[in-house]
Design a protein around this ligand. Sequence first.
Ligand SMILES: Cc1cc2nc3c(=O)[nH]c(=O)nc-3n(C[C@H](O)[C@H](O)[C@H](O)COP(=O)(O)OP(=O)(O)OC[C@H]3O[C@@H](n4cnc5c(N)ncnc54)[C@H](O)[C@@H]3O)c2cc1C
Length: 464
Amino acid sequence: MQPAQRESVEQVADIAIVGAGAAGLFAAIWAGRTLRQLGLSGASESASRHPRIIALDGARKLGAKILVAGGGRCNVTHHAVDESAYAGSSRNAIRNVLRAFPVARTVEFFAELGVQLKREETGKLFPTTDDAHTVLDALLAECSRVHAELRHPWRVHRIERLGESGEPSTDGNAPRFLIHAAPDSGHPPLQARTLILATGGMALPKSGSDGAGYAFARGLGHTITPLVTPALVPITLDPACFLRELSGVTLPASLTLLSGSGKKLVSFTNSTLLTHFGLSGPGPLDISRYWLEQANADPACRLVMNFLPAMNVESLDAALVEARSMTMLRVFDRPATALPERLVRAACAHAGIDPASTGANLSRTARRALATAICALELPATGSRGYTFAEVTAGGVPLSELRLDSMASRVTPGLHIIGEICDVDGRIGGFNFQWAWASGYLAGVAAARAAIDALGLTEHRPRV
Ligand SMILES: Cc1cc2nc3c(=O)[nH]c(=O)nc-3n(C[C@H](O)[C@H](O)[C@H](O)COP(=O)(O)OP(=O)(O)OC[C@H]3O[C@@H](n4cnc5c(N)ncnc54)[C@H](O)[C@@H]3O)c2cc1C
């Protein structure tokens, strides 16, 4: 950039955050809190030394995902979070970040903001109000209290790295990034010394998280994993699959992913919803990213469903042998083998059996066919419902490219990358927000410390 152009830039931030979703808001709050401990936030008196935090977001209304989360109740976190609930980058790396801001701190943080959380039977934590607005309002109020400015709609179009080709700067506080809105937006570019990239992934693109951040990360020297796919996403089944006729049936079931060579890779047992397109509900959502990832590399992999997770083909076959005088409808009405009648009739039809037949009437082949349809049904999965219906994105910036104590880039000085844009995705249950909180906390604190250092206030560094 030419010096004349640079002079026309009016807007300056010490810390710019691109994306004010869960991770970006958390980073803004913790940067603000860290500065406040020194009286260095925007409200303090020595105006020349105020590090300025500005979070930009393209959305007209902030917090779309916080508001839709958990069916509008916002599943803020889970009572037992550890790295085993996540996939993507190495579990060790994920653990290091999660440990910096454990669940107890999330609970304490929200309590300080007046948001009490309650734990449900599943281990999920929700606000006691059962209203996601409580969570979003508290986060926005805290941003305001710590003088983190939120600017929106301010969609970032391009991010330029400064000082690469121009004259070397002797100013330790010189800006390193120039953030541009679209040329017709009317927003002048924003200079920043520290940049926190928190643009999310591609799930629910109408919320504003449409993957633009991946291009920014690449432009700033990072890689994106070769595979980026929807995760926590409903799975589509071949139109001929009999399960598609059972829309509305919900039951606990287990889903197992087998490699093309038959090796068991992962299994989830949880509530499953049969729909007109295929499968939804927690079990299918949890396994979706593993199946999509495996199917990409190993098209012969298989998804197998068991509608009676406590049984297998052999034990169900034995139960059918034992039920000599009972009809199939009666067998699957008993507690140990209870299934919805619609499913029983459809499974019998699939196996070529009259549901009014008794155990004694069935040939061994017929019994095995029915037991397989119920306990080891190979699913003709065809794909997913895509980002529009996904809760999260698998893939992104590998954690190996970031310093895990600050989420700082190992490639580009002054850059931090947090939240869903990272190659980390969690299971259903509050794990994805916990990742956003933990990574946002680390980047916010580190960015504030860097701002303090850049302003020559190192001796006053707060302990947070
Ligand atoms: C329907 C649904 C329900 C969910 N429920 C839960 C739940 O109950 N519990 C849970 O833990 N997780 C849940 N999740 C996942 C969770 O919402 C995300 O993992 C989390 O919001 C990610 O936070 P983030 O800040 O990284 O990204 P996001 O929340 O996606 O925020 C990114 C922000 O960046 C902005 N942005 C993107 N590009 C630009 C740009 N170019 N310029 C300016 N701004 C930009 C976007 O407008 C957005 O505000 C749910 C997700 C969905 C879709």
